[in-house]
Design a protein around this ligand. Sequence first.
Ligand SMILES: C[S@@+](CC[C@H](N)C(=O)[O-])C[C@H]1O[C@@H](n2cnc3c(N)ncnc32)[C@H](O)[C@@H]1O
Length: 234
Amino acid sequence: MDDWIDYYDSTHTIYASKLHRDLHFQVIARDIVGYIPSPDAVVLDYSCGEALSAAKVAEACMTLILAEPAPGVRGRLIARFAPNTKIRVRSLDELRNMQEASIDLVVMNSVAQYMNEAEFDTALTIIRRLLKPSGKFVLGDVLRPDVGMARDVLALLMFAARNGFLKDALVGLVATALSDYRQMRSKVGLQRYSEADILARLTKARLSAVRAPKNIGYNRWRMTFVARPAPGTP
Ligand SMILES: C[S@@+](CC[C@H](N)C(=O)[O-])C[C@H]1O[C@@H](n2cnc3c(N)ncnc32)[C@H](O)[C@@H]1O
């Protein structure tokens, strides 16, 4: 396994149980819906993963584009959402050829940590090109340099306790500690950014951003940013 895309394409143990996985995607979908500006919006979920609740997001907009780099995950998305005429599945490469200024809302949640800095900057350039002048980019679940893995564990356990899967979460944490995830985390690592660093990168990509009061999902120690095309830039 060479990178995080391979990891997410494998049979990983990142979700402790079916209930955890289902609840995870329900919470993300709920939070994405909260950012949809109108029912006729075109929405792009950048590196959406399994996106199990994407139908909920699609209900709240006109078109939902699910972009995912992992080929196995993408195959499942195509099969799962084939009957849903509002949902289109794309690779990240295909985004480069989409029409510029065609998207109202781009969401990239829990992805920046898996990219190296150059990949992240390239993704921002692609997203900036796709955004309508009135569009919005929501960058969620960004890891901070001053917050370590213990808070990730605590956030998961608190979410699990609230939703009745604490035992599964504890077993899952042990499985994860013994799994490829642990190896990937020490071999490839996770990218962390301070608030100032993210804001500087977004500014460089001609996006003007603020940090949102609340993170997408259930980990309150991670950060979400809401960005718009900077005024006066093409
Ligand atoms: C934790 S999942 C997040 C999925 C979804 N956005 C969510 O919030 O549940 C991480 C996603 O990032 C993708 N990913 C991993 N490495 C990447 C990279 N270098 N560039 C773009 N996407 C990547 C994976 O394929 C996976 O879909």
